[in-house]
Design a protein around this ligand. Structure first.
Ligand code: GDP
Length: 331
C-alpha cells in the first residue's frame, strides 16, 4: 500500500504540473485490466479529484461522415487561440472491431494533433460500453487536474454511447447533415432530446440553402419537444466545419449556456446528478459482472435456463434462486 501511495504521489505531482507523459501513463493505468494498475489508478484519480471540475465538458455526436472530426478541429483551433487548453476524448464502443474508427488515426485532426495546447486521446478499448465509458469519465478527471479547461468527448451517433456521453458532459451538441428533413436522419428521438444545440454542418457551397431549410425544419420539430430541465432553449444553427463559418458563434453559444446554467445552479446540480448516476451505474455493472463470473452461478445458470425454457420453473423463481446462490444464502 505504501509503495502504491508513493508511486501515486509521483503521478499526481506530474499531472498537476501538466506533464503530458505522466498524464498519458496514468490514463493507461486506468485502461489496464491488472488489479495492481487499477488500485494505483484509483489512488491517482482520488488525488486528482480535488483539482478537477474547473472546465466545460462538451459532448459531440453525429453519424459517421457528418463532419465530427473536421468540426472538432475547427472548434478546437478557435478555442485554443483564445488561450484555452483543450483535451479531446472519445467513446467508441466499436473501437475493438474497427480497430479504433474514432480518433484512432490522429491524421483525422492533423492541426489539433500538432497544437501544443491540445491533448488528444483515442477511445479506450473495452469489453463493454459501460467499461469504456467509465474509463473516459475517469480520464476527464485526470485531464482537468492537468489543467485542461475545455473537454470534448466525441461519440458516433448510434444509440447507447450517446447516453453514456450525455451523462458526463455539461453541454451536448448534435451535428446533422443538410437536407433529410424531419425524419431526423435515422437519429433516435432520444438523442435529439438530449441536445443543447443542433448544428447543421456542411452549410457551404451548393448546400447553403438546403442547410438553412433543414435548420428551419429542425427548429419547428424541436418546438414539439418538452422544455429542458435547465430551461435552456435549444438552438439550431448552421455551420461549415470546412470553411469555419458559424464555428465562433457555436463557441459563443456554449459560453452563454455555461453562464446561463451556472447562474441558476443547474450546471453544478447536473454534475452532481451525474456523479450519483455513475455511482449507481457502476454498482450495477460491478454486481452483474461478479454474478456472472461466480463459479457456482455459472454452472447452475444453464440448468436453470433449460428449466425455464421447458416451463418447469418460472423465470422469476429461477432468478431468485441464482441470486441466493450468489449471495451464499442457498446451495
Ligand atoms: P466524421 O466521420 O463525422 O468524423 O466526419 P469527418 O470529419 O471525417 O468528415 C467527413 C467528410 O466530410 C470529410 O471528407 C470532410 O472533409 C467532409 N466535411 C466535414 N465538414 C464539412 C463541411 O463543413 N463542409 C463540407 N463541404 N464538407 C465537410
Amino acid at each position: 500500500l505504501r509503495r502504491t501511495n508513493i508511486q501515486a504521489e509521483e503521478y499526481i505531482r506530474g499531472i498537476l504540473q501538466g506533464d503530458r507523459v505522466r498524464l498519458s501513463q496514468a490514463i493507461t493505468l486506468i485502461e489496464s485490466k491488472q488489479t495492481q494498475h487499477q488500485e494505483l489508478a484509483h489512488t491517482i484519480i482520488e488525488g486528482c479529484l480535488p483539482h478537477s471540475g474547473n472546465s466545460v465538458r462538451i459532448g459531440i455526436t453525429g453519424v459517421p461522415g457528418v463532419g465530427k472530426s473536421t468540426f472538432i478541429e475547427a472548434l478546437g483551433q478557435n478555442v485554443s487561440s483564445q488561450g484555452r487548453k483543450l483535451a479531446v476524448l472519445a467513446i467508441d464502443p466499436s473501437s475493438q472491431i474497427s480497430k479504433g474508427s474514432i480518433l484512432g488515426d490522429k491524421t483525422r485532426m492533423a492541426k489539433l494533433s500538432a497544437n501544443p495546447q491540445v491533448y488528444i486521446r483515442p477511445s479506450a478499448a473495452g469489453d463493454s460500453l459501460g467499461g469504456v465509458a467509465r474509463k473516459t469519465r475517469e480520464t476527464v478527471i485526470l485531464c482537468e487536474a492537468a489543467g485542461f479547461d475545455t473537454l470534448i468527448i466525441e461519440t458516433v451517433g448510434v444509440g447507447q454511447s450517446e447516453v453514456a456521453v450525455h451523462s458526463m458532459v455539461d453541454f451536448f451538441l448534435l451535428l446533422l447533415l443538410p437536407g433529410a428533413g424531419d425524419e431526423l436522419q435515422g437519429i433516435k428521438r432520444g438523442i435529439v432530446e438530449m441536445a443543447d444545440l443542433v448544428a447543421v454542418n456542411k452549410a457551404d457551397g451548393d448546400n447553403q440553402q438546403r442547410a438553412k431549410r433543414a435548420a428551419a425544419d429542425y427548429r419547428n420539430a424541436l418546438h414539439l419537444f418538452p422544455p429542458k430541465s435547465s430551461n435552456w432553449e435549444v438552438q439550431v444553427l448552421t455551420c461549415s466545419a470546412l470553411s469555419g463559418q458559424g464555428i465562433a458563434e457555436i463557441w459563443h453559444l456554449i459560453e452563454e449556456y455555461c453562464t446561463f446554467t451556472k447562474a441558476k445552479g443547474f450546471f453544478q446540480g447536473q454534475r452532481q446528478s451525474q456523479a450519483r448516476y455513475w455511482l449507481h451505474e457502476t454498482i450495477q455493472q460491478f454486481l452483474q459482472e461478479q454474478f456472472y463470473h461466480h463459479p457456482q452461478v455459472a454452472t447452475l445458470l444453464n440448468e436453470r435456463e433449460t428449466e425455464v425454457l421447458a416451463q418447469r420453473k418460472s423465470p422469476f423463481h429461477a432468478a431468485e434462486e441464482l441470486v441466493k446462490v450468489f449471495l451464499g444464502l442457498e446451495k
